[in-house]
Design a protein around this ligand. Sequence first.
Ligand code: BGC
Length: 332
Amino acid sequence: MKRISYLYIFLLVLFIVGLAFSFSFYKKADTYDERLTNARPSSSLPTYHFSLIGEEMDHDYWRLVGDGAKTTESIYDVFVEYDGPNRSNPEEQLELLDMAIKSKVDGIIVQALNEDFTPMINKAVDAGIPVITIDTDSPTSLRSAYIGTDNYAAGQLAGEALVKDTDGEATVGIITGSFDNVHHQLRIEGFKNIVDQIEGIRIVGIDESNITGVEAEEKAYTMLAEHNEITAFYGTSSFDASGIVAAANSLNLQGNLYVIGFDTLDENIDLLKNGEIDVLIEQQPYEMGYRSIEIMLDIIKDRSIEEINHTDATAIRRVDLADWTRPKDDTP
Ligand code: BGC
């Protein structure tokens, strides 16, 4: 009888100790949760984390793309991580793309410079991360959408401007950003599509600037030295037209050459104002950045989207500058 009551007491003590233990554990878990909540109030964390990867951080064109995308943070429930190499460097861009995949972001927006980007874009999509291409498309990849200039049509626009302004009589040199970059290839193809139909227009030289003004100047200088019959230049990258102008100036040819280039960077606008550049093809980098985030949200929320979203490209001449404002000013 005595042994039984000892057993009862022992079991009772065991029960009470167990109860106390689980209560203290429960209390701890509760406190930990509270601490977590205090440390990271959910209201301060946007729901969606997107990665935007551009070509060059140290470039006004890409600053505008970034500004457009970052503006959406104050409107939508998103955080946009904007990154890219300082100077054009496709390998570094691919590494950043790989890092974005590894950090399991909710969506990736990337400029697809060349064919090497296709497998990496597909890797992201296979990992369940939707991808949008921006500025330069990779139509053979698994990306969901493209936003940016229709680069072939922009090349045609440049060709049409040249035909119009020179009355179809010109000997042309071309400086392109890079032979390997899809958008530059398209800008040249579109240009050729127009000028090849005109008997009085001949293209006598084509070289690449590696996306720098210095190389654009060097290559234009060499081309002019080899072909003094050149009367017009077409530059497909932002710094090509100013490099061409610098080369023309060092050969005392200022004012004698017809120059057509891309992008309304401040220095290009100045050269357009003083007549050293004749036409600039204007793109919409701010709008590209802004709308890329809206499209990404549509994809994530299963709303219908357009696969191809072309932003405007316009030919701007000196006469147009009187009522010209940077397009950024009209976008939300
Ligand atoms: C192109 C961009 C490029 C930028 C700077 C723009 O014309 O659309 O792809 O990064 O120039 O070279």
